[in-house]
Design a protein around this ligand. Structure first.
Ligand SMILES: Nc1ncnc2c1ncn2[C@@H]1O[C@H](COP(=O)(O)OP(=O)(O)OP(=O)(O)O)[C@@H](O)[C@H]1O
Length: 210
């Protein structure tokens, strides 16, 4: 598959990285790199440290040791989306208003809100208060945020959580297209995610005994 490089070609490189919570190390001295058109899947048991690693790479938690760097971006460029396992939906705003809010916060550099909602299968619910969405519909709305603001690096925590089989296909399609565009992503997942081109995928298994 050809990478079209619609994004600046980034590389995220971790060197001897250790991460953890509350003084407890959850990963130690790990090195990896992910570059434009590629992805890294984080796998492992509950409590294994996947979310903590994503939060660390998002700059929300400080590493315990080692370092990581994102090469290929301007100093002040906002290059990443962090999509946590909570959907961060405002229940009193409509579905479309939620998306418009995030487009304003993150920059309306991607698809128009209505097109993004159509893409994730929520176009018919645009005017519904988002608090009424089902679990899977809420997840779809969270994923639509990735589409309204173009950013090359996606850090995703359980992107397929609560989704039906068509939703799983949607996620595969969005992720594959993102890599086609020269984006990259790191995703923590308990579900299998299989992209058409397996050469693009690496897996980091964590939380295992040495
Ligand atoms: N603020 C905190 N203080 C102390 N420990 C914490 C804190 N937040 C999370 N933890 C612990 O850190 C460990 C790793 O949690 P994390 O959410 O990174 O795991 P995970 O691999 O994403 O798990 P899951 O598959 O269940 O989502 C867990 O044991 C959790 O209880």
């Amino acid at each position: 598959m050809t990478v079209r490089h619609l994004f600046p070609p980034l590389t995220l490189r971790a060197t001897g990285l250790s991460w953890g919570r509350g003084g407890m190390a959850l990963g130690a001295n790990v090195s990896f790199s992910v570059t434009a058109g590629q992805c890294l899947l984080l796998r492992g048991p509950n409590g294994g440290g996947k979310t903590t690693l994503l939060l660390t790479l998002a700059g929300i938690i400080a590493p315990l040791d080692g370092s990581f760097a994102i090469a290929g971006a301007g100093e002040d460029e906002r290059v990443l989306h962090y999509c946590g396992h909570r959907n961060a939906i405002k229940p009193r705003l409509t579905v479309q208003e939620n998306l418009a809010f995030w487009a304003e916060v993150n920059g309306a550099t991607g698809s128009p809100a209505k097109a993004a909602l159509d893409e994730v299968g929520l176009g018919h619910l645009a005017d519904l208060d988002a608090g009424y969405l089902s679990a899977g519909q809420s997840r779809r709305l969270a994923l639509a945020r990735l589409l309204v603001s173009h950013r090359p690096l996606w850090l995703l925590d359980e992107p397929t959580a609560a989704l039906d089989s068509e939703g799983h296909e949607l996620v595969t399609r969005l992720l594959d297209r993102h890599l086609d565009m020269g984006g990259l992503f790191i995703a923590a997942t308990h579900d299998p995610i299989t992209l058409p081109d397996l050469a693009r995928m690496e897996t980091l298994v964590m939380g295992q005994q040495p």
